[in-house]
Design a binder for this molecule. Structure first.
Ligand code: NIG
Ligand code: FE
Length: 384
């Protein structure tokens, strides 16, 4: 059944060949027709074909649904006390992950699935239509596999993060062998990606050699590669990700010139997670430096109970603009097309004929309002 969307005050397509010629491809006075969950027509409202149904946006803005390519939604428990301690000066080192592992292992399948479904709905209510979701709070073969199985039917982008931290009490070398062997065998059939927390500065996370071993094992199982890199300090994460042709390296908070050069010469997207810097009271990544070097930048929430308990891409966009030197246009592109590239997808993150009908309405006359009206719930995914 075809639906005609009219009354679009401003249409952001992310197609640079249309509209104002900018990367956002902004079209005034346009209409969109969707059918069977795909966009089938875009053009001047006056030329729109007949459809079975019509939606009038009454001058609101229509943008591609946000693509959030970094989330840790499969967890139970609460770490608000850890956040409060950080706001009193405690540093973040990943040690709190163990508390979430305990709570997650103790939760039933039904409880965990309900938590994930509620968090996905919360994100959608703020305009997110594609979410990558990681395991990483199980850290045993059974608990990691369970986390991924619980995601069946909830997302097409499931990431195995057995390499999050060494679980309490485990021997480091034995744990890396477990992740590369039996845990990966059990988890790979339920995952699309593998991720590791490559952070030699944390006693809990993994160094470059350990990260390489886990990523290469994941690649041998047919998984795409993602890396948590350079969050807490400089280190090997970014260069390792580029060398192994990971789709994305995430955080990128502490970069050396060689990291920027590697990203500029490679095919790996830099996914920035300013919610984590907000919630750990850390310096923000230098998005301007990356953009000026021609590097593809994505934005994500990193929704997790430790460093960034937000599901709000509009909040992340506002931080990117205010704190990371991005323009409103760059931030919206990074939150849509940038996220799609971070997931190596070309069917989401844009409004184009043939793309998914993943559409987000802004209760505003312009996409600039995403950063201009911080904290105001103007964005929602369109249910059509
Ligand atoms: O992306 N840094 C590693 N993992 C998460 C935090 C996990 C946690 O503290 O629970 C992140 O920030
Ligand atoms: Fe993360």
């Amino acid at each position: 059944m075809a639906t005609l969307i009219t009354g679009i005050g401003e249409l952001v397509t992310n197609d640079p060949t249309v509209g104002d010629g900018s990367p956002l491809g902004v079209l005034p006075g346009a209409a969109v027709v969707i059918d069977d969950a795909r966009v089938i027509w875009i053009g001047p409202a006056g030329d729109a074909p007949a459809a079975d149904d019509a939606v009038d946006l009454a001058g609101r803005t229509l943008v591609p649904g946000f693509v959030d390519p970094h989330n840790h939604l499969v967890f139970a428990g609460d770490r608000s006390a850890e956040f409060a301690a950080r706001m009193s000066g405690e540093p973040y080192d990943g040690g709190g992950i163990a508390a979430t592992v305990r709570a997650t292992r103790a939760a039933t399948d039904a409880e965990l699935r309900a938590h994930v479904e509620r968090r996905i709905a919360e994100a959608r209510g703020q305009g997110t239509t594609t979410l990558e979701i990681k395991s990483g709070y199980g850290l045993s073969t059974d608990d990691e596999q369970r986390a991924l199985r619980l995601l069946d039917g909830l997302t097409d982008e499931r990431t195995f993060l057995g390499g999050h931290v060494v679980p309490p009490g485990a021997d480091r070398d034995e744990y890396v062998r477990l992740v590369c062997g039996p845990m990966l065998d059990a988890c790979a059939p339920h995952a699309d990606w593998i991720d590791v927390f490559c952070e030699p500065a944390s006693a809990h996370a993994f160094d470059g050699d350990e990260s390489r071993a886990m990523l290469e094992a994941g690649a041998r199982h047919g998984l795409g590669l993602r890396v948590h890199g350079n969050q807490l300090s400089t280190g090997p994460g970014v260069r390792l990700a580029v060398e192994l042709d990971a789709a994305s390296v995430d955080h990128c908070t502490h970069l050396e010139p060689a990291d920027v050069d590697a990203l500029a010469g490679g095919g790996t997207v830099a996914t920035l997670l300013p919610g984590a810097e907000f919630s750990t009271r850390s310096p923000y990544p230098d998005a301007r430096r990356l953009l000026d070097a021609g590097i593809t930048v994505a934005l994500a929430t990193d929704c997790n109970p430790g460093t960034s308990f937000t599901s709000s891409m509009p909040f992340v966009i506002a931080l990117a603009v205010r704190e990371m030197g991005m323009t409103p246009a760059e931030a919206l592109w990074a939150a849509t097309e940038g996220g799609a590239r971070s997931l190596r997808r070309d069917d989401v993150g844009r409004i184009a004929v043939g793309a998914a009908a993943d559409l987000t309405v802004l209760d505003a006359p312009s996409y600039v309002h995403l950063a201009y009206r911080p904290g105001v719930p103007i964005a929602r995914a369109l249910d059509v």
